[in-house]
Design a protein around this ligand. Structure first.
Ligand code: NDP
Ligand code: 8X3
Length: 256
């Protein structure tokens, strides 16, 4: 096998960098000497990362639901960050766990706008430059929810199924250009995800992880780091990982 890539040669852009999987990935790459552009809406957290990790971090405030702002954020990156070669389109969220007949249409809109549209805006904003440079890596955050159904996952799971198929189609487009594509599909990871899903209900959020030995953001960051530092002739199409205590639901028959 050829040598692994030197992370110090990487400039990584992370959306959803202000917490959870994104923040852990920032720390993993920055700790290995990469330069990292950190994107998210919470400016204070972006600046705290820069203050803690130093000048190799560039904070860029961005709501990925805004196509023009996303385009401008990438186009406006200063040297040396402008020559990014990894983009982790990770920003996303679930809102609610109600069955479809009760779910909030506004929550559905927000999930589609963030997990699908925001991800697409991010990819479209970075892809032409990476293809032109003949070097790059797009990493998407899918989910096991894009593969396996569960009650209440309705639109959230469907957005992640979109990510799954889009990642494969994206790879079909760019294979051979020097740009790689990887879909990271985690199961249960303890982050702020459940606090967001349950609108700040900490008790309900904690129950999701209690006794489950969930994965951590750092566990997922390690997978992203692995995929991105493999020699350039290797493309990891997808990484699906669960906590050792998580598995699939059984088929269910409702007899009432
Ligand atoms: P967190 O809630 O901890 O992090 C979500 C990140 O997304 C935050 O940094 C948030 O930043 C950002 N974000 C949300 N909406 C927007 C927006 N409109 N514009 C820009 N950034 C946004 O959760 P996770 O780390 O768990 O989630 C990261 C990704 O992982 C998501 O795509 C999620 O669906 C996926 N995932 C999570 C799993 C889990 O069990 N935790 C499992 C499988 C997938 P800010 O609010 O500052 O904008
Ligand atoms: C997050 C994983 O199983 O909570 O995407 O939907 S799950």
């Amino acid at each position: 096998m050829s040598a692994m890539l030197d992370p110090r040669s990487l400039t990584v852009v992370v959306t959803g960098a202000t917490s959870g999987i994104g923040e852990a990935t920032v720390r993993r790459f920055a700790g290995a000497g990469a330069q990292v552009v950190v994107m998210g809406r919470r400016k204070d957290r972006l600046e705290a990362l820069r203050d803690e990790l130093g000048a190799r971090i560039l904070p860029v405030e961005l709501d990925v639901r805004d196509a023009a702002a996303t385009e401008a954020a990438f186009a406006g990156l200063p040297a040396p960050f402008a020559d990014y070669n990894v983009v982790f389109a990770n920003a996303g969220l679930a809102l609610g766990l109600e069955p479809s007949q009760q779910a909030s249409l506004s929550n559905w809109d927000t999930m589609v706008e963030t997990n699908i549209n925001g991800m697409l805006y991010t990819v479209r904003a970075c892809l032409p430059a990476m293809v032109a440079r003949k070097e790059g890596h797009v990493v998407l955050t899918g989910s096991i929810a894009g593969e396996f159904p569960y009650p209440g996952a309705n639109v959230y799971g469907a957005t992640k199924a979109f990510v799954k198929q889009f990642s494969l189609n994206l790879w079909a487009d760019v294979a051979g250009t020097g740009v790689r594509v990887t879909n990271i599909e985690p199961g249960l990871v303890e982050t702020e995800f459940s606090m967001v899903r349950f609108e700040g209900d900490a008790g309900r959020a904690q129950k999701v992880y209690a006794g489950a030995e969930p994965m951590t953001g750092a566990d997922i960051a390690e997978q992203v780091f692995f995929a991105c530092t493999l020699p350039r002739h290797v493309n990891i199409n997808r990484i699906q990982a669960m906590p050792s205590r998580q598995t699939f639901g059984n088929m269910t028959v409702r007899r009432d």
